[in-house]
Each structure stands twice: as structure tokens, then as C-alpha cells.
Design a protein around this ligand. Sequence first.
Ligand SMILES: C[S@@+](CC[C@H](N)C(=O)[O-])C[C@H]1O[C@@H](n2cnc3c(N)ncnc32)[C@H](O)[C@@H]1O
Length: 386
Amino acid sequence: MSLRRVKSFGQDRLDNWRNMLISEDNLKALRALIQEPNVKGKVRLIYIDPPFATNQEFKHGGLRTSTVSYSPEDEMAYNDRLVGAEYIEFLRERIVLLREILSDDGSIYVHIDWKMGHYVKVLMDEIFGQERFVNDITRIKCNPKNFERKGYGNIKDIVLFYSKTNQYVWNEPREEMTEEDIRRLFPKVDEKGRRYTTTPLHAPGETKNGPTGKLWKGLKPPKGRHWRYPPDELDRLNAQCLIEWSSTGNPRKKIYADEVLAKGKKRQDIWEFKDPPYPTYPTEKNLEMLEMLIEASSNPDDLVLDCFAGSGTTLVAAEATRRRWIGIDDSKVAIEVCQKRLNSVSNISAFDLYLLKEEKEKSLVESISEKNYRYHKKPRKAKSLG
Ligand SMILES: C[S@@+](CC[C@H](N)C(=O)[O-])C[C@H]1O[C@@H](n2cnc3c(N)ncnc32)[C@H](O)[C@@H]1O
């Protein structure tokens, strides 16, 4: 293996796996990892939050970490100077390798901003296939802005979610219902004071011969529709007072808030996870968002990878949700912040800091990694997108 272990931290895991923090350019690191049989095709979840082609420098200044307010003596965390087609090509090379590293039932989330998001969507469609596109998530990242600008305020960025195949790990994430949700979704109150709503007992499509097309209590389902339940189930619901009859004799099923409450509501594709107001690193993302998506798209002990690790939010979230992890970043500041953050987690599982051994890049690795990629001819020369 062309990775050199330089430091070790944390407590050994029962399975002897050691998490990995790699201080290196991620293209080189991914090429090394792809040769590892316990990594290639074994990563269940990838989250990346690459630079967004902002043509800016991101500084890190001890107590104050910001893109807008830094002083000349602040340390450079990373620069984001690649733009246009060169930027897309930079991502393309890495995402092709990431697809190889992903397990067949794995998923990838790419965090990107509103300016580059549409180009990256096309790139992801090319590499993963349009049919593997699962969601384009709008992430509300900050409070409304009142900057002088001839245009609407920007409070969102984008998270593109793709799976490698159609058999991917999915643990339905649910959201807690708020008081307001309950009042809005369950507007009725029964004689015992329980909040409820009603839903139709019939659904689109006529049943020609089956029981759900039959008369029930002298009623046929409306034209073009069928009963949601066979007559004996409708009888059971009615006997349990779970059917409400309107004044015109239309039956509807009662759904009680207290029964749905424990389950929570299905999470939608607009997320509000604002970034920390006092980050330890510029562009540090919201830890709860990472925990939520890791739990949705992987299982305990699965391997999670972030090759633009920054301050290690993904790694800390993976640790908190009992996943194994690999983090890569080529910024010394990022690696230092990562180590500090990880070591402040109590009982952190064993992890090693790696540097890459200087080795000639293997053309063989490149050819393997490109084999599933449909448009694998690289443009000869990067052109500007604009
Ligand atoms: C937007 S930040 C990630 C922030 C991270 N999600 C967090 O919560 O702290 C992007 C990171 O990508 C790293 N990066 C950029 N190009 C890289 C490359 N070629 N190899 C490895 N890391 C890279 C930068 O150093 C930076 O830390």
C-alpha cells in the first residue's frame, strides 16, 4: 500500500478496523485506496463538499474563521481558484474513482452551491447515470440576507443524491412534527379531545372483479376508483369507529395525530440545517445534517468516506453514528482541525493519520477506475464554461 501511517489515535475497535485520516491530494489518495481490497467496492456512503469554484481563498484565523472577515496574518485553509471546465474536470476525475470505491448498494451525496450545482448535476448524470439520480436537495444554509443586490437573496445550496444501483441502503429518515404541523395536518378534534384528519377510502383505478370493486354498505366506489380495503376490512374499521360518515353519506378514514406523532413525518427534499455561526474551519457544514444523512444511507459499522473532509464534520458524524470512516484533505490546516475535533470526541475509535508514500502513479489503476465510465475521454484542454 502506498499510504504511510504516521500517527495513531483512539481506542481499538472489536473488529480491528482502524479509521483513516489521509493528508494528501484526494486524487492520489483515492488511487491508493482503490487498490485496497477492504476499501474498493466496500464504501457504503460518500459525502463530498468540494470547493465550489468561487475563485476565493479561505482563511483560518484562530478564533475567527470566515471568508469575508480575515486579516493578512490568518493562515490559508485552502484556496478555491479552479473555475470553469478545469473545475468540472477536477471533479470528474475524482467522482469516477469515487464510483468505483462505492459498494453496489452504496450512495453518494455531493454538496454544491447554486452557481455550480447544475453543471455538477450533468456530470453526475454522466458518471452515475440519470436513472441513479435520487434527489436534488435544497439546503437552507443561513438566515435571510438583506445585502444590496439586484436579485433575490441566496439562502440555499444544493445536495445531489445518487445511488450506485437501484438496490441501495435506505433507512427512511423521519422528522419530528411541530405543534403547528399537528394543528395544520390534523384539524379535527373528536369527542375525547383527540386530534385527527380524514382521508378518502377509495383510490384511483377501477377493480373489475376483485372485492375492492364491490358494493359496501350499499355504496359503489366512485366511477374510475376502487375501495382501498376489501369489504371485511372496511367493516372492521367501521366497527372500531375509524370511519367518519359525512352528512351526505360519504365515508372517510380517520387518522389520529397521536398515532402518527411517534413515527414523525417523512423528510422532504428541502432541509433546513444552517451552518455553525462560529465554525472551527471555513465552510464547515452542519453536523446534524451529516448525522441525519449518514443514518439514512448507511448502517452501523458501514464505511463512510469524505475526500474533501475540511474540519471533519462527516468523520465526527460517522463516529457519532457508529460508522467506520475515511477522511481525506490536502490542507494542513484542515487535517489539524480534523485531528483536534476527532480527539475531542470521547472514546473515539482508533484512527490513523496517513501520508502518501511518493510513488509513481500507476496507469493500471487509472484504466480500472475508468472502465465503467461511459464518456471517459478527457477534454484535451480545459475551456471556460462561460
Ligand atoms: C468546502 S471544504 C469542506 C468542508 C467540510 N465539509 C466541513 O464541514 O468542514 C472543501 C475542502 O476540500 C479540500 N480540498 C480541496 N481540493 C482538494 C484536493 N484536491 N484534495 C484533498 N482535499 C481537497 C480543501 O482543503 C477543503 O478543506
